[in-house]
Structure formats: structure tokens, C-alpha cells
Design a binder for this molecule. Structure first.
Ligand SMILES: CC(C)(COP(=O)(O)OP(=O)(O)OC[C@H]1O[C@@H](n2cnc3c(N)ncnc32)[C@H](O)[C@@H]1OP(=O)(O)O)[C@@H](O)C(=O)NCCC(=O)NCCS
Length: 163
């Protein structure tokens, strides 16, 4: 199968915001970690982000605005058919501009090109913004895993089948 061919592409979000999408490179990790730290209670450490960038070059996608990274999404293909979206974050100053939606659509397209026929993710039960985004994209809650996060919070498991 052909690899995912996007090099760099400019996209206008549903809210009229223009961003550039491209695959991650290792030099992006400090900026990504900065967004990660302000977005999560339990941020992925830079070493893990580096490993994910190395192993998932085609499905770790960043969004740039004015040459700065403003968001990213990380997808992992599991068992050849499941597109697992393991992380997405947008810098707080750039939320609600449609960037999360664009990144989700882009990573699902990239995972689909690699063979994914369904998508899966986990989300904190308290994370209403993310749940709204995923439901808007057609994800459904199919389960709950108690004590999933290190602080004891449960997650919803959400899935979307590719139509
Ligand atoms: C969740 C997150 C990635 C959304 O990114 P975003 O770029 O702000 O999302 P978008 O602008 O593309 O929003 C698309 C839709 O999602 C829903 N949504 C997004 N943020 C929302 C919020 N705060 N409250 C309610 N709905 C929200 C809305 O339906 C929105 O459409 P609308 O703005 O026309 O109402 C962002 O809030 C974030 O980075 N949060 C911190 C990290 C995080 O929680 N990641 C998810 C881990 S599972």
C-alpha cells in the first residue's frame, strides 16, 4: 500500500482560520511538550513524544500558525485495522477555531490509508470539550474503564466505524 503522501498543506478551518498541516519532526518536540504541559494533568514526557514521533511518522501530525506549532494529534495503527487516536491537544490560545476538528479528520484519513477500518480513543469522563468534538465527528461511547488515569479518573472508550 502507498504511504501517506501529505508533505505540507494549508487548510482553512470551518471557522475561517488558516493553518498549515504537516508530519511531525523530532525538532518539534519542545513546542509540542509545551502544549502538552499546559493541556494535561499527566503530560507525556518528551522522551515518549520522541518515541511516538519516530514510530508513527505518518500519523503524528502538527498544525502550524505563523511558523509556530499550535496543535498536534497522534494516531497509532493497531492490529492493522484499528486507528487508535492516543493524543490531541491545541494550544489554549487557539482553541475553538476548528483546529482540533481538522487534525482529527486528517489523522483519521492518514490511518485509513494505512488500513484502519475503525477508530478508537479514550477520554476522561470530565473532559466535556473533547467528548463534544468526538461526538461531532461521529464517535460513540461504547464503554467506561474505571481508574484509567493515574489520578483515579475513569475514561470513556469511544469508537467510530469507517462508513
Ligand atoms: C479538545 C480539544 C482538542 C478541542 O480542540 P479545538 O481546536 O478547540 O476544537 P474545535 O475548535 O475543532 O471544536 C470543534 C467542535 O468540538 C466541540 N467543542 C470543542 N471545544 C468545546 C468546548 N470547550 N465546549 C463544548 N464543545 C466543544 C464543539 O462542537 C466544536 O464546534 P463549535 O466550536 O462550532 O461549537 C481542545 O479543547 C484541547 O486541546 N483540550 C485540551 C487537551 C485535551 O483535552 N485533549 C483531548 C484528550 S482525550
Amino acid at each position: 500500500m502507498l504511504g501517506w503522501r501529505m508533505k505540507r498543506k494549508t487548510v482553512t478551518t470551518r471557522k475561517g482560520f488558516r493553518i498549515l498541516l504537516r508530519k511531525v519532526s523530532l525538532s518539534d518536540i519542545p513546542q509540542i511538550y509545551n502544549i502538552e504541559s499546559v493541556s494535561f494533568k499527566d503530560p507525556y514526557p518528551p522522551s515518549l513524544l520522541e518515541t511516538l514521533a519516530t514510530l508513527n511518522k505518518d500519523t503524528f501530525i502538527v498544525a502550524e500558525y505563523n511558523k509556530k506549532i499550535v496543535g498536534y494529534v497522534i494516531g497509532v495503527l493497531r492490529w492493522d485495522v484499528i486507528g487508535h487516536i492516543i493524543n490531541i491537544a491545541i494550544h489554549p490560545d487557539f482553541r475553538r477555531k476548528g483546529i482540533g476538528e481538522v487534525l482529527m479528520r486528517e489523522v483519521m484519513a492518514a490511518l485509513k490509508k494505512k488500513g484502519a477500518t475503525m477508530f478508537r480513543l479514550e477520554v476522561r469522563v470530565s473532559n466535556i470539550p473533547a467528548q463534544c468534538l468526538y461526538e461531532r465527528l461521529g464517535f460513540q461511547k461504547v464503554g467506561i474503564i474505571s481508574n484509567y488515569y493515574s489520578d483515579g479518573e475513569a475514561c470513556y472508550v469511544m469508537v467510530k466505524r469507517d462508513p
